[in-house]
Design a protein around this ligand. Sequence first.
Ligand code: NAI
Length: 711
Amino acid sequence: MIDYTVDGDGVASIVWNVADRPMNVMNNESVGAFRDAVYKAIGDKAVKGVIVTSAKNDFVAGADLVNLLKESKDPAKALQNSFNLQKLFRDIEKAGKPFVAAMNGTALGGGYEICLSCHRRIAADNPKALIGLPEATIGLLPGAGGTQRLPRLIGVSKALPMMLEGKKVDPKAALALGMVDEVVAPADLLKRAKEWILGDGQTGHVKPWDQKGFRVPEAANTPRGAQVFTAGNAMLRAKTQGNYPNAQYIMSCVYEGMLVDIDTGLKIESRYFVACTQSKEARNMIRSLFFSIGEANKLANRPKNVPTQTYTRVGILGAGMMGAGIAWSASAAGLQVVLLDSTQESADKGKAYSAALLDKRIKSKRGTEADKEKQLGLIKATTSYDDLKGCELIIEAVFEDRNIKADVTRKAEAQIAADAIFASNTSTLPISGLAEASSRPANFIGLHFFSPVDKMPLVEIIRGKQTSDETLARAMDFVKKIRKTPIVVNDSRGFYTSRVFATYVTEGLTMLAEGVHPAIIENAGKMAGMPVGPLALADEVSMELMHRVRQQTRKDLGDAYKTDGSEPVLQAMVEKLGRIGKKAGKGFYEYPADGKKKLWGELSRHFPVKPEAEQPDVQDVVKRLVYIQSVETARCLEEKVVIDVRDADVGSIMGWGFPPFRGGTVSNIDTVGVQPFVTECDALAQKHGARFTPPKLLRDMAAGGKSFYAI
Ligand code: NAI
């Protein structure tokens, strides 16, 4: 777990090597063993100094979150644990002999906090290594001294963004920030650590903050500090809308901690850390962002007993916005890509998209000319179906038109092996219907990518009625190969993501029709934690597209089609006012070429606003916008459109930006409590309509006192 040795020159090495784990993590056992080694070194007079390093590729990746959740069930015990860890790190600082962190690889969270407690940080020049305090991204804060030591080391104004945004940087960037003291060639790391211990380290083992007269230059009681905290607080408020208590706690730790000595500061930090561990936000974020996404990436729902498919060559039909993006992702993963369009010009344009992205990488030093040449060499832009020979998978991304899709399906299937997979990237057309054009519907599946493909990590895999287990498993292998996260859903109109996401936009439009002030609707969306308000989102998606999808649905469903309160708004915007959205430069917002978007001044003339006294409370609007998404998700679960609740949560956060602090659309129901959620939905249904009526699944769960998750 932790190896301890002392060499002939009196230099001790404490080497992290946690068994049965790909990375070193901090839990009761590993920290216990580390503690024993530290005190052995401190107590041994023959030891002149200590190197802390790792036998794995990475240094230490941070806390073992399973252990952390278990240990934080009892807040009093959690506080005591935190005090104990703080004492251990403080004893390293005050050891009276030098400790050097020899950071051979990634050092994150608690791992980097070990380094912060050492007297010197020497990092190996490993551009893949990541250094930082990312706790904020899962609802926590650096609770082993990070909020106290980092600002004292590099200054408040540099430390705050690192911690609030949970940024991770490579060793060279860490050096520039002052987070490490030296970057050396990997082969020289241990040699250099020892050299420092036996040289400068013999006198250089008193931390600046343990020296007389040390002052934090940007503490809140200095003019510069006052500025930094005022600006920081305003930015934080705008970004988080107060939805992330841990971010506020990080601010408080730094604000309060910099006004006192480090020992008091560490106690302050421990108290805020424990408050974080008790928050529903941290539990939601750890559950969904860490465990559920982790399980999805490990293909937890992959049908068993299907051999793993390896991919070498894929075909993409349609080199438009989506096809070009998919070609980028597949070639970036080293696959040969045949990118086919109806004209060579369009196919070339699709390939040029990858060239442009690769140029950007070269400019930002994330890639080289050689990388570019190699990746572009993998993409063949063509109009010939013959080139599809040998493709193990075809992804169709042509126009959203059944007949065109059927035509390209037949043409491509004529060229590929009988066991190859055919996938459609349709965003609205049911997969089982499209599969009718296929001569092998068992091999037909939906792979729904999100735009822009190079940035969006989610792929919604849609199983048609006839899709086989084998095809599903092999499609999941492809998603993993291109380093994206799959969720698996069954066929349904709008599948899962578009169906639930649409309720958010529709609810916003419905409120506009009711006379709710547009600014209230938009603010409520942001206060709810959504990336943008529903009206802005309608503009982004394009109202023309939404209108067209509805007309198609009306045609398909006939009498079964149900209209809703948003329909007159869409109709007016598209047909009467010609304001179809951002693409056209006008929608609910105006998009001046040189300025920030502004709600259209004439909106209230076309959609009259109720008098102020009749406007709803903004919190009620927030509730409508959030609950409608959760209740629709529950319907998807009841109808078995989504099978695994974790997929529903992951899809909502990664697919359309449902707020992580709520843990996703399902976790949100658990957070409210199933029973209270049902009661509140009934009240909303009475007031606003049957779309809020909870499905039987929720009523049964409420009656049985059940929740979706155990924690
Ligand atoms: P696009 O209009 O940018 O690209 C479509 C491409 O298909 C064009 O380059 C066109 O020349 C080509 N094409 C049309 N007919 C063809 C044929 N018979 N043979 C070969 N190529 C043909 O459209 P976009 O946005 O890339 O969408 C493509 C598909 O992806 C659609 O089914 C759409 O619903 C779906 N989708 C779109 C998303 C989006 O955000 N735009 C998101 C997810 C899915």
